[in-house]
Design a protein around this ligand. Sequence first.
Ligand code: ARG
Length: 260
Amino acid sequence: MKKLLSIALIAVLAFSLVACSSDKTEDTNTDKKVLTVATSADFPPYEFVDDDGNFSGIDVEVAGLIADKMGYELEIVNMDFNSIIPAVATGKYDLGMSGFSITEDRKESVLFSDCYVTAQQVVIVTEDSDIESVDDLYAEGATYVVGTQLSTTGDIYFSDDIANELTTCSIMEYVKATDLVQALKTGKIDCIIIDNAPAQEFVAKNEGLKILETEYVTEEYAVCTKLGNDEMISQVNAALSDLLSDGSIQAVIDKYISAK
Ligand code: ARG
């Protein structure tokens, strides 16, 4: 009986030792601070879900490089584009990185890093469209239905133009950028205002679409964080400055946007 007891005791002891050591390994793993980055993975080549179901794209990779430089482990959080700024503004996530264009209005709710890339808003139409240039959207009596992604700069600018009676066209907002293409192909909207790089991807993957030559507006992309988070944004800026000057960001861009 005594023997049995001591065996049981040894077993318990051994078990707790194992449990203890495995606890320790878990501890060291979680020791690395996690950088949570909110994005809307509907915007190739900047952020999308690849064929294996992984988050991929320029922003996702650059976020990884920034996290590395800052000594963090990266965690991508996918959500609707219009929810990112409100979530980042309250500090729910450390950073927002989703092809965000810097605007004065947004600066009232979030703090932007330095710019890491410039982009243009362009207009996608069907190949047989009678919209030939951006000016056609502002022609007298024009009644085109313009599709935009909710809360994007294209959406905000065109809504402002309607409100200011600069155009008689109307707007249809979609939560997901990818839904815009379907809406255009099925004739629910007459054109899409969206950033140049995703426009190129959508046109390349869908027959019968083209991009108008006149660009709508030029913008600068930046990372955003909660107002007052100056410490974090200066770390992001330091990382960006290194990554821009050593060509790392350009290499990521080249990987996703092949020179055409
Ligand atoms: N650059 C535009 C903006 O800042 C569009 C960004 C959309 N991004 C996205 N992941 N869907 O509003």
